[in-house]
Design a protein around this ligand. Structure first.
Ligand SMILES: [Zn+2]
Ligand SMILES: [Zn+2]
Length: 417
């Protein structure tokens, strides 16, 4: 009995150690980034945020709790990996120089590229409608992801992600240091990918400077439009398989307008020595940011002007007054001013739409509430012509569109303007 109890005690201790290390890594990375973006880097984050609004109340708490559960799943699988190493089935060595330093760096690269491939195909599988609801739905409850979304998985999904490392060490001799660097890279990229602020630099063309890497916009778009962008670290699988969001680069350029303008301004000086270019950097950055921000604000204000007024939803269901909801006017809101259903009259005057921002072609990433239904949908608004709007509402992966008509363009029916 005694040796069995000792084995049980050792196994339990190891499980607790593995789970605490994994959880500390997650919570430190997510909290560190969250605090940084909301304190010291807040002005930077406000300029480069992908979404204007905050995640709903309670989301972060749910994400931390479900991530803690994923960590327990990871720890259970790691325990099996430790056992495989003890049995001699997997080769993990202490000295990173065992096969020479070139092999060490190659092994880290293989771990990362292999993980991206594993993630892409597992992720595609999880979006199959037979698996989605039970295996992946939880991760997509975060329409507006935060760094804490990183491990917010259903149990089955956590198990599939956790299996990667034990499987790869069966095939590839790696050092503990290589595994450690791989895990740090994984949690850093994962939390950054969910942070809602575009941290990746753009090239002069407005495309990502490291176009082969997934940017924050890339994964953020996956949460907004789950049929696209399945990759984790790199863009090549999405491009090879045709699953990159058709407007990804446009969205990226929209979040990085200030830097794109900066680099366009800086283009003339590329022949100068680096030190001189750096000397000019601060002044150019300030001037370009101010210019581009004011250009953005002007464009949003002009578009808001075109859109402002009363609109009738499909089938004369409701009249909604669209207007700006901030100063300077960059964000679109809508107030319900008339509704067909006599049972819904108490909702008159509510704010029915909010949070839409103009991305150069349409009003994106807003939310729409249906009067009388305790539910909010993600929504985009596209102006088809001066008197016609296409209003799209999405719940998880199901989207529906409606045509709204400008009240003034309809035959007079005595509706409030
Ligand atoms: Zn995600
Ligand atoms: Zn997904």
């Amino acid at each position: 009995m005694f040796p069995l109890s000792e084995t049980f005690l050792q196994t339990s201790t190891l499980f607790v150690e593995l789970a605490s290390t994994e959880f500390m890594r997650y919570i430190l990375a997510a909290t560190g980034l969250h605090v940084l973006l909301n304190s010291g880097l807040r002005p930077f984050a406000l300029r480069r945020r992908i979404r204007s609004d905050q995640p709903p109340k309670g989301q972060i708490r749910r994400e931390i709790l479900t991530s803690a559960r994923s960590v327990l799943v990871f720890a259970g699988i790691s325990l099996a990996a430790v056992w495989a190493v003890k049995m001699g089935w997997a080769q993990v060595h202490q000295d990173p120089d065992t096969y020479g330093w070139p092999y060490f760096f190659l092994s880290v690269a293989i771990l990362i590229v292999g993980h991206d491939t594993w993630f892409y195909w597992i992720h595609r599988l999880l979006h199959d409608k037979r698996l989605y609801r039970r295996w992946h739905h939880l991760h997509h409850r975060s329409f507006k992801p935060t760094p804490f979304t990183a491990f917010a998985f259903n149990i089955g999904e956590a198990a599939l992600h956790g299996l990667y490392t034990p499987l790869v060490i069966l095939l590839l001799p790696v050092s503990y240091l290589a595994l450690f660097l791989f895990s740090i890279h994984m949690i850093v990229r994962n939390t950054i990918g969910h942070c809602g602020v575009e941290l990746f630099p753009s090239a002069k063309s407005g495309r990502p400077f490291f176009d082969w890497l997934t940017t924050v916009t890339h994964h953020d778009l996956h949460h907004a439009s789950p049929d696209w962008n399945f990759g984790l670290y790199f863009t090549f699988w999405d491009r090879l398989m045709g699953t990159e969001h058709p407007d990804y680069l446009k969205h990226f350029a929209a979040t990085r307008t200030s830097l794109s303008s900066l680099e366009t301004v800086g283009e003339k000086s590329t022949a100068r020595p680096i030190s001189k270019r750096m000397g000019l950097g601060a002044a150019v950055m300030i001037a370009a940011c101010l210019t581009s921000l004011s250009a953005d604000a002007d464009q949003s204000a002009a578009e808001l002007e075109r859109l402002s007024g009363s609109w009738v939803s499909e089938g004369y269901g409701a009249v909604v007054k669209l207007h700006s909801c901030n100063q300077p006017p960059t964000e679109l809101c809508g107030t319900l001013i008339w509704i067909w259903s006599p049972q819904s009259q108490q909702h008159l005057g509510i704010k029915m739409l909010w949070g839409f921002r103009f991305d150069g072609s349409g009003w994106r990433r807003g939310e729409i509430a249906i009067p009388g239904r305790n539910q909010v949908f993600r929504s985009d608004i596209q102006m088809i012509d001066l008197d016609t709007l296409q209003v799209k509402g999405c719940a998880v992966i199901v989207c529906k569109s409606q045509i709204w008509r400008r009240l003034d363009s309809l035959p007079h029916v005595g509706l409030p303007r």
